[in-house]
Ligand binder design. Structure first.
Ligand code: SF4
Length: 556
């Protein structure tokens, strides 16, 4: 098939904070360099460069979701090159606390642990932040294209040469429809992957180029979040984290409640995708959380505005892949730039983008995009504050894989040994390998709840509040490698956990008892990537659907 080609100098895949920061910082370095050459410095000007950011969502920010409490360090550094620009934070944090929750009580910790102290930080909507960053990119001559899903990397031998964009206008059997348009090939001198957690291209590259090369596996949690309009005046800038209820035995995680301007309340749960319980259901846990008297009192009389979910890469320093290859760099969540102990990644994503930009700038001057030059990104990271921050918590999340109390004990030892702890690196397994057979959990009588439609909702209702839409007549973007495993082995061994771990009711077992078949309601998918991560047989492959499909988050 003839495909149109578009040639650019630098391609950034995914319009999240890491890619946008990389594009902005690179534009600044090029601008400053050219001005200095004009003033008489030695060297040649870098002229007519095309920097392009592509995004699979309908608009910039449509797929952006985070807590979010932002450590401003990343933005402060980035914006030194853009005087007068201020990020659209929502509110400065003025109160933060940690609560221990039982079924009916919420006990405030007399001291907020250091990693959860947020004074000097800002509550924000990641969607608003990236929309603002994208506008700043455009003001600085960077092109930003939404509805451009990158589906595969293009190679010459093992050198990355760009990406292929997904086709538009194929029917459910992949046959071209009357509006068919083949996806174009975007060719670039260097491709920067900032696709977010469990990036499709980053996963392909890791396999082909062996970027994980013997490193411990990345481990994830899933974050599910709702935004509520409060019925009462709410002071913005309150940040509460909770432990305990509604999480059950063996589940790692907690909950968060943040207040924003216009009397908005963010309420969410984060749950480990290495849970041994095949019935772990993060959506249900969030609904249970809202039945707790402490949380209910805040939501009383309010109404639900938005819902969303996203995986969170928590493995930290040891789980990061090799960050570069010939023609390729990986930034942000795709590379694991997230501090799980502080529950923060935006400042690290921005820093990773800036370090990548400095390396690309060198490569442009040398006109050399080989791994030899691009490894400068890794070297810069090793000397940066981002590495220092991640090194101190290098074993934090790993220790919780053996349970909450093990995590607390090892966490305390790590604190006094600057992250080393009793085992360094602390051994871990990939999340999907931690799931235990259903039989072991047959005695699990975790409380279920009836959804009242006022404070608690079923998955389909919540998906409605995520504004998710996909063209229905297109190939299903969830590739199941072997349905036989789903219908027989998995039903017996794990009880089809996809029905529980998917927060959007995409996976449904339908039909008579004993002959149930898996139905994929793919148009509900909120692109959280949980199925790709947690499926115990690793036979679910998440791929990008037609451009523009997915959630349309407004203020997540
Ligand atoms: Fe998330 Fe997979 Fe469900 Fe989509 S299908 S919402 S990626 S778990």
């Amino acid at each position: 098939m003839e495909r149109e080609q578009l040639e650019v100098d630098v391609l950034f895949v995914g319009a999240g904070p890491a890619s946008l920061a990389a594009a902005l910082h690179l534009s600044r370095l090029v601008r400053d360099h050219n001005q200095s050459v004009e003033r008489g410095s030695s060297g040649r000007k870098l002229q007519d460069l095309t920097l392009l950011v592509i995004e699979k969502g309908k608009d910039i920010g449509a797929h952006a979701l985070s807590g979010a409490v932002v450590d401003p360090r990343g933005f402060r550094e980035l914006l030194q090159g853009f005087p007068g620009e201020e990020p659209p934070y929502d509110a400065a944090v003025h109160d933060d606390a940690l609560y221990w929750m039982t079924r009916n009580e919420a006990i405030r910790s007399p001291l907020t642990p250091l990693p959860l102290r947020n004074h000097g930080y800002f509550v924000a909507s990641l969607g608003k932040l990236v929309r603002w960053m994208a506008q700043l990119c455009e003001k600085n001559g960077i092109e930003v294209y939404p509805e451009f899903p990158a589906v595969e990397l293009l190679y010459e031998e093992k050198v990355v040469k760009g990406v292929r964009i997904g086709d538009k206008g194929r029917d459910k059997n992949a046959a071209p429809k009357s509006n068919f348009e083949p996806g174009i090939d975007v060719l670039s001198r260097v491709t920067v992957l900032g696709e977010g957690p469990r990036g499709t291209l980053a996963k392909q590259a890791s396999r082909k180029l062996n970027l994980e090369g013997g490193r411990p596996p990345q481990i994830y949690s899933i974050g599910v979040k709702e935004i509520w309009q409060s019925s009462k005046p709410v002071r913005p800038g309150i940040v509460y984290h909770t432990l305990g209820y509604p999480l059950a035995k063996g589940e790692f995680g907690g909950a968060f409640i943040y207040t924003m301007q216009e009397n908005l309340i963010d309420v969410g749960c984060v749950v480990g995708l290495d849970s041994p319980n095949p019935r772990t259901d993060c959506h249900l846990l969030l609904q249970k959380l809202k039945t707790h008297p402490f949380v209910r009192s805040m939501l009383e009389g309010g109404k639900l505005l938005s819902y969303g979910a996203k995986a969170v890469p928590e493995g930290g320093y040891y789980a990061m892949p090799q960050l570069y290859s010939d023609g390729l760099l990986i930034v942000g969540d795709s590379a694991g730039f997230l501090n799980a102990q502080r529950l923060k990644g935006i400042h690290l994503a921005i820093k990773s983008g800036m370090l990548a930009a400095e390396t690309i700038f060198d490569a442009l001057l040398k006109n050399d995009f080989s791994a030899q030059t691009l490894q400068g990104y890794s070297q810069r990271f090793e000397k940066s504050w981002a590495r220092e921050e991640l090194w101190k918590v290098r074993n934090f999340r790993q220790a919780f894989q053996r349970g909450f109390w093990s995590g607390m004990f090892h966490g305390a030892v790590q604190l006094v040994t600057h992250g080393r702890g009793l085992k360094d690196p602390f051994p871990i397994a990939a999340g999907h390998a931690c799931m235990e057979p259903l039989q072991k959990w047959s005695a699990d009588h975790s409380e279920t709840i009836n959804f009242d439609g006022q404070y608690t909702f079923d998955k389909l209702t919540d998906v409605y509040y995520s504004n998710t839409a996909h063209e229905e007549d297109q190939p299903c973007h969830l590739k199941i490698l072997d349905f036989d495993i789903c219908h027989h082995r998995c039903t017996f061994e794990y009880g089809n956990p996809c029905q529980y771990f998917c927060p959007a009711n995409v996976y449904e077992m339908v039909g008579e008892e004993g002959k149930k078949r898996l139905q994929l309601n793919f148009t509900n998918c909120v692109h959280c990537k949980t199925c790709d991560i947690m499926d115990p047989y690793q036979i679910i492959i998440w791929t990008p659907p037609e451009g523009g499909g997915g959630p349309d988050y407004k203020n997540m």
